[in-house]
Each structure stands twice: as C-alpha cells, then as structure tokens.
Design a protein around this ligand. Sequence first.
Ligand SMILES: Nc1ncnc2c1ncn2[C@@H]1O[C@H](COP(=O)(O)OP(=O)(O)OP(=O)(O)O)[C@@H](O)[C@H]1O
Ligand SMILES: [Mg+2]
Length: 318
Amino acid sequence: MNKQVMIEVMNLSKSYKGVEVLKGINLQVEKGSIFALLGSNGAGKTTTIKILSTLLKQDGGEVKLAGFDVVKKPREVKKNIALTGQYTAVDEILTGRENLFMIGKLLGIENTKAKVEMLLKQFDLLDDADRRVSTYSGGMKRKIDIAMSLMGTPNIIFLDEPTTGLDPQSRKSMWKTIKQLSKTGVTIFLTTQYLEEADELADKIAILDKGVIIAKGTNDEIKNIIPSNIIELYFRTAEETEKANLLLNKYNAIIVENSNKLRIETHDSVNEVIDILNDLKAVNLEVENFEKKKASMEDVFLKVIGHDEERRGFRCKQ
Ligand SMILES: Nc1ncnc2c1ncn2[C@@H]1O[C@H](COP(=O)(O)OP(=O)(O)OP(=O)(O)O)[C@@H](O)[C@H]1O
Ligand SMILES: [Mg+2]
C-alpha cells in the first residue's frame, strides 16, 4: 500500500514584482519521511517554505498539506504544521525552560510541564535549561527554536536551512536531533545548501535551481547522476583548451568559463585518467597543471542541466 502523502505540491509558481522565482514545481512528501529541498542562494527554497506554511500566497498551482489546500483551508493547515527558523518566537531574556513553558501556556496545551521536560531531554538541553537563551550558542538556539515549535505536536515540521552557519560539531548534533525527530513519525521538510546534509538526512531529495526542480529522487538515485569525481586540466592558451575540449569530447569535457581549464567527470578510475593524458600527449597538447576535485553541487547542477543541452562546448561558472 502506498504511504500517505503529507505534502503535495502541484505546478507551483510565484513571482516577485514580475520576476518569476518558482516556475511550476511539483513535489510529493510521504508521511513520516524526511524531504530535503537542495539549492544554492536564491534558488527559491525560502519562498517555497513560506508558501507551504501559509505565510505567502502563490500565484499559480496547488499545495496540499495533510490533505488541506493552503489557500482554501489555511487554518486546518496551520494546525498540522510547525515552522521554525530565525528564532522569531524565542525570547532571549527567558531561559530555555521558560520559553518552552510560555509557548505551552500560549497554546493552552495540557501537561505543559511534562511536555517541556520531555522536549528538553529530547533536544539534549536539560543541563542548560535554566540559563537565559541569550547565553546559548547558535546551535542551542536553533534547538530551542525547534523544541518550541514541537510544543504543539505538529504532523509536519519545516526547517529552513537548519544548519547553515553552525560549526561542524553543532551541525552533527543538529543532524542527530533531526533524525530522532523523524523517528517520532513527524514529516520533515527541510531546505539546505549542502549536498552532504541532504544525503545524510533525507529519504527523498529534490534539487531546486533558479525556481525549477532539476532532479528529484532517493539519495541513491540522485547520487547516480553525480559524477564521483572531477578532474581539471589547465592549459596555456584558450586555443589549446578548445582543442583539448574537442579531442576529449567523448569524456564530456567542459570548459570552465573565463579560464583555460577543462573539467571532466571521472569514475575514480586511474586508467581513465591515464587514457585522457595519453590522448592529449598523442597530439602534443601539453597539460600545465592537473587537479582532482570532489564533485560539488555546482557539478551536480551542471550534470543535470547538461542532459537537456548540447554538451559540447558547454561552459560553466568557475
Ligand atoms: N520579498 C521579495 N521581493 C523580491 N524578490 C524576492 C523577495 N523574496 C525573495 N526574492 C527573490 O526570489 C528569489 C528566491 O529567493 P529565496 O529567498 O526563496 O531563495 P533561497 O533559495 O531561500 O535562498 P537562500 O539560500 O539565500 O536563503 C531570489 O532571487 C530573491 O532575491
Ligand atoms: Mg532562504
């Protein structure tokens, strides 16, 4: 049997002052899963989250949360969701425990005290619960923010870039928190700029680029699109770079914009690299320098976008 769909986005579009920032996106998120919307700055991630959480009205398309239309049934939608981020609700003068308690009272929930203690424990904040939030680290502030949004037992939680700006240790701790949260059955919709974060956390990933979903699927499906490694070859002149590009066409070589650099995806095979260098040597094309890189999100974008475009001579940003 198919799992229940908690978030359904159909042909969603949005413009700001005539500039289209979401261009007809389609998504489905299953109940209890973690979904990551992956994209770089300005891709449209926050805009999507704002529409899904009823803070912003779309121009076109339909969005349903827990079966309720965000435009027609905003009140029912709000009952199902929790939105975190920017710790807007967190009062810095109050302690962590007091903040949670205050939200519990505002929401009028029963057993506020027990719920507060449970969340403090779940988020590993018991030791710091009686300190003012103003003394918390960035990671702890985010945790208390998420804990506050969970006082109301939401079915769906939105996390807009939950780890951006956190140090590696706090990021790991936040990942753990999100995974634990997921085990409670809540559906999590998060945005991130980090491929490894989406990989670590999400059951399904969608890559958003300039308002368009350019790839979506499970981690493995997404990874299959991504080249395992990139090599870059530096040449002396633009002419030599062009020549090498033509010669290495079968490897889907790409010239890096405004440079004499050629980028090639490899699958970590030494023989492949040797073949490439031999091909160049055979026509006396001298490689000035050589660099091996891990694939970045930019490379993923290139790869996905490249499917629909003429690849030969296709250029990419530095
Ligand atoms: N209120 C607004 N008025 C005009 N343009 C806006 C507004 N909000 C966002 N935009 C534009 O819409 C595009 C998408 O913005 P959005 O904030 O959704 O991106 P994002 O993926 O969340 O980026 P970031 O990673 O920087 O948070 C950007 O080009 C942005 O400049
Ligand atoms: Mg954003």
